[in-house]
Design a protein around this ligand. Structure first.
Ligand code: NAP
Ligand code: MG
Length: 488
């Protein structure tokens, strides 16, 4: 919980290694990317490649190898052979390698930030100030635990699990790779990781970095492909742990595939968080928190504050301030450092968001969009809110994963707790109030893995993150995240 002052949407961390974002001249991108297996880039067995696009321009960036079951098997064999040596290194030695990865990531921050924005559409300011520094911080944080496992888990004799198969989504491609790889390595496991189809390029840059870092061959293998490639990882008999971040539907499929095997499983799935504003909250600060909660990363955030609950007595005022603030948001070229909301990640995702906007109107909620001009080319969506939404509306119950907010009002604390919890998901929530007692009351009653107070979307490697109900199980980050990679 934090009661610090909420920053404006320009998330400024004075990070001096950050890129001059307009500058794409020094970014080295290849036309074609192969699979990173056993420390080298190798052609896929099928010889097939798929294209990855820049969603802000609709232009193709590169062709990327499509791994099939044979490639997955090759990666798992490399990881198995590397596990023998890696798991026997002292924690101090493992830590040195992980620190090296963290430092190299800082040195190449400019490249990572620009590629992240080109491949996925998020604003360069967010890639530069949030995604890349946080990814590096995850490696720094877990490097520090590598030689302290016995102190972290006293009398438990922690041992690595073996090979971790890791599958990640497209909304925070580099950061999710760091969340997965750093604790796995610190605990002494080896890794086979698959990034999402629309955003493979920063994971492949990370593969280059890992090769350059001198990490022993096969400790981290990064293979690209579609859902079938992910399924081949899940079903490979020699994998000991599956760590998945993605949709609830695919999470359920994976749980079914893994049941009956002795694979360990953690699932980080969807969300539909309640962001709750009480009448005693600092309202201007709360409005910034609403904006950050739903429009950060185009709303492609599993823990996005996508359901706003405002106490009735201040609802008109908050909504007026919110509409005014929405008008100031700049939507457009993600490579422009003044852009607040970049491109929607793919044509498919834009289609899904637009379907939900239509559903919301058909359901009778009242739509309001900012009147900003959006580029003709590329996939963009205006910041959108729905007033007079009700608990039974699909736009309230289902995850949209875009810049679309539903607004409900409430009178009493009991009412808002019941409505906030009456949803299939349980990942996160936000509470805005002047009263510490109200915050403590709500944090015990809201069924959500992460609850922010008087702030929103704050992430730190030391703090655990994960959900209840259809948002999955297991935690990433902190010692909880480390324990998910240990047998004890
Ligand atoms: P997704 O379709 O579930 O995809 C996630 C990853 O799984 C991708 O790499 C995908 O590959 C792969 N995949 C697809 N089908 C698979 C299968 N049958 N077996 C194994 N792997 C398979 O989700 P998404 O659209 O990328 O991401 C959006 C969802 O992720 C949202 O629901 C969001 O809430 C959730 N999310 C949750 C968290 C969290 O921490 N809780 C964080 C971020 C996102 P392809 O890309 O090739 O399809
Ligand atoms: Mg792309």
């Amino acid at each position: 919980m934090s009661t610090t002052k909420e920053p404006k949407l320009n998330f400024n961390s004075a990070w001096d290694l950050a890129p001059a974002p307009e500058d794409t001249k020094h970014i080295s991108l290849k036309k074609q990317y192969d699979l990173f297996i056993n420390g080298e880039f190798v052609k896929p067995n099928s010889k097939k490649y798929f294209a990855t696009y820049n969603p802000a321009t609709e232009e193709k960036i590169a062709d990327v190898a499509e791994a099939d079951e044979k490639d997955v098997d090759k990666a798992v064999k490399a990881a198995r052979s590397a596990f023998g040596k890696w798991s026997k290194l002292t924690g101090k030695e493992r830590g040195k390698y992980i620190y090296r990865i963290a430092r190299l990531m800082q040195e190449r921050a400019r490249e990572f930030a620009v590629i992240e924005t080109m491949d996925g559409g998020k604003s360069i300011r967010e890639s530069r100030d949030i995604d890349v520094p946080l990814a590096a911080n995850h490696f720094f944080y877990y490097a520090g635990w590598a030689d302290k496992l016995e102190y972290a888990f006293p009398n438990k004799n922690p041992k690595p699990l073996g090979i971790a198969g890791q599958i990640i989504p497209w909304n925070f491609p580099l950061l999710m790779a760091a969340w997965k790889i750093a604790p796995a390595l610190a605990a002494g496991n080896t890794v086979v990781l698959k990034p999402a189809e629309t955003t493979p390029l920063t994971a492949l840059k990370l593969a280059e970095l890992i090769r350059d870092s001198g990490l022993p061959n096969g400790v981290v293998n990064i293979i690209t492909g579609a859902g079938k490639t992910g399924a081949a990882i899940v079903n490979h008999p020699d994998i000991n742990k599956i760590a998945f971040t993605g949709s609830t539907d695919v999470g359920k499929l994976i749980q079914r595939s893994v049941s009956g095997t002795d694979k360990k499983l953690t699932l980080e799935l969807g969300g539909k968080a309640a962001n709750i504003i009480f009448d005693d909250a600092p309202l201007d600060q709360a409005v910034e928190g609403i904006i950050n909660g739903i429009f950060f990363n185009q709303g492609h955030v599993c823990c996005a504050g996508s359901r706003l609950f405002v106490q009735e007595s201040v609802a008109d005022l908050v909504i007026r301030k919110l509409k005014d603030r929405m008008q100031t948001l700049r939507v457009g070229d993600p490579m422009d450092k003044n852009t607040d909301i970049g491109a929607i990640n793919s044509k498919e995702q834009l289609g899904k968001i637009n379907d939900y906007i239509k559903i919301g109107k058909d359901e009778g909620a009242e739509m309001y969009q900012s009147t900003c001009v959006i580029p003709k080319k590329g996939y963009f969506c205006r910041p959108t809110i729905f007033l007079n939404a009700t608990q039974s509306h699909r736009i309230v119950q289902e995850e949209i994963f875009g810049p679309v907010l539903t607004i409900q009002t409430f009178r009493t604390i009991e009412e808002v707790i019941e409505k906030a919890n009456n949803i299939p998901y349980g990942l996160s929530a936000g509470v805005w109030t002047d009263k510490g007692s109200k915050i403590f009351n709500l944090t015990t009653k809201l069924k959500a893995g992460v609850i922010w107070a008087n702030t929103y979307n704050k992430f730190d490697p030391t703090s655990p993150f994960g959900g209840y109900k259809e948002s999955g199980f297991g935690r990433e980050g902190g010692l909880h995240g480390l324990s998910a990679y240990l047998d004890m």
